[in-house]
Design a protein around this ligand. Sequence first.
Ligand SMILES: [Cu+2]
Length: 103
Amino acid sequence: MKSINFSIGSAIRGVAATAVLLAASYAQAGDMTNGVIKRVDAANGKLTIKHEEIVNLDMPGMTMVFDLKDKTAAGRFVPGDAVKFAVELDGNTMVITQIEASK
Ligand SMILES: [Cu+2]
């Protein structure tokens, strides 16, 4: 009986390890992150966003200011809007490359 239990335990651990590997390979540039607009700086093309975890940058949830690749996109939002966005590192600066209202 002991050896059977051990085999089942190993199989379950194997499945768990595979799931972790799949999650890791899924985390890459272009992933969309959920957030809520807190402040709009249309003149400078910046948005303050309370965001959930940004998986591809390994960043926990927080409120922070983002630069936009397309600065004109800032004017499409108002504080309180729920958004989905993609953010990538451009040198040392995080830049939103894609942003849209959440449905
Ligand atoms: Cu952040």
